[in-house]
Design a protein around this ligand. Structure first.
Ligand code: FES
Ligand SMILES: [Fe+2]
Length: 378
């Protein structure tokens, strides 16, 4: 029996096609995405301030690579492929930690300085021809922006200004618009990790549209009534979704939020902005906090999401109760990820082999699909 003709192929100006089902399930496609997207683009790896002090490190999977970010004696953060140049063992096995002076491979004890140079190895002095600089850890491109360390494991990274800063500017109308939040100097008040059994693209697509908001986000649509109409704030350049008149703040019960970030101007007061930075970051801006999502694709049907709630340092240090503030978007995350998992369950069905369709308020997701297709072809 052949697969049913996908609805997407029927001529219609209201409905345009999605990617086909195998895009979300096929290990070969996933591996191509790892190579041509996650290993080729800038990737928000870690909150810089958390790698604090000489010798502090964090390891992160970026595509099929593992990267170690480590702070040097000169306070600079550097990133390297976490691969010993001797016989290829992973050098740092922990996700976070602090080393005293060096990174030492646990196999034959080749030892690297915090700047990546090979500084010692058993019997190295009896091998004077070994060029220690040439056998240092392989460096990875690193940029710090919005308080995050962004890495690119490709030899030649794309322009950070165009692909990362540009995505924020394109959504907000200008890059200056985000400066008022001073994201770099906010502190993590809460971090929640989610193990989502869904393809990373389903999570981006879901974040880009609000056609689902009325169905699955009762708390969010109470605070942002325009979301109940199904139009995502991301759709319009510079547009923020206004809080409901009766909502005092961006909280689960519409009660007052925390101390507003002083640089957030009147234009942005009582509004919510959502930004997608392909391929793995979402930034949500409200007057008193920023919610920053990072996605780590693990398998075609699995994505780990790390979500930070960032507040003014004095708010975090005061020990004020953040629960009602965090709970709103934590619920939104759970509701969204449940929906993505629902789609993942059906993505391998014969009924979805040709994909589904996008209604007009989702048509901008088509641009994301074009972007993915171009990356894979390019
Ligand atoms: S593999 Fe690292 S020291 Fe041998
Ligand atoms: Fe949602």
């Amino acid at each position: 029996m052949s697969a049913p003709t996908p609805a997407a192929s029927a001529p219609s100006s209201s409905l345009i096609p999605t990617l086909p089902g195998p895009s979300y399930t096929d290990p070969v496609i996933f591996s191509e995405e790892q190579e041509k997207i996650f290993e080729s683009r800038w990737f928000a790896a870690a909150r810089s301030a958390e790698i604090d002090g000489t010798g502090a490190f964090r390891t992160v999977d970026v595509g099929r690579e593992n990267v170690v970010l480590v702070r040097g004696r000169d306070r600079r953060l550097r990133a390297f492929l976490n691969v010993c140049r001797h016989r290829g063992a992973r050098v740092c096995m922990q996700e976070t930690g602090v080393v005293k002076r060096n990174l030492q491979c646990g196999y034959h004890a080749w030892t690297y300085g915090l700047d990546g140079k090979l500084v010692a190895a058993p019997n190295l002095t009896s091998m004077p021809d070994v060029d220690r600089a040439a056998y240092g850890l392989v460096p990875v491109h690193l940029r710090e922006w919005l308080g995050y360390a962004w890495v690119c494991v490709a030899d030649e990274p794309p322009s950070f200004e165009e692909t990362v800063v540009g995505a924020v500017a394109e959504r907000l109308g200008s890059v200056e618009a985000i400066e008022g939040w001073d994201v770099e100097n906010l502190e993590v008040g809460r971090r929640i990790g989610y193990d989502v059994h869904a393809n990373w693209k389903l999570i981006i697509e879901n974040f880009m549209e609000c056609y689902h908001c009325a169905t699955i986000h009762p708390e969010l649509t109470e605070v942002l009534p325009e979301f109940a109409d199904g139009y995502a704030a991301q759709y319009f350049v510079g547009h923020g979704a206004a809080f409901a008149e009766e909502a005092a703040g961006f909280t689960v019960d519409g009660g007052a939020g925390l101390t507003a970030i002083p640089g957030v101007g009147e234009d942005h007061d009582r509004k919510y902005y959502a930004i997608t930075v392909n391929p793995q970051v979402f930034i949500n801006l409200v007057p008193d906090h920023v919610i920053f999502h990072r996605m780590y694709p693990v398998a075609p049907d699995r994505t780990r999401v790390e979500c930070d709630w960032l507040y003014l340092p004095e708010v975090v240090r005061s020990g004020r109760d953040l629960d009602r503030s965090v709970e709103l978007f934590h619920r939104v995350n759970q509701q969204d990820f449940d929906a993505c998992e629902r789609c993942q369950l059906a993505a391998s069905s014969r009924a979805y082999a040709g994909g589904g369709v996008l209604v007009p308020s989702e048509h901008h997701i088509g641009a994301f699909h074009t972007w993915v297709t171009e990356q894979l072809q390019g």
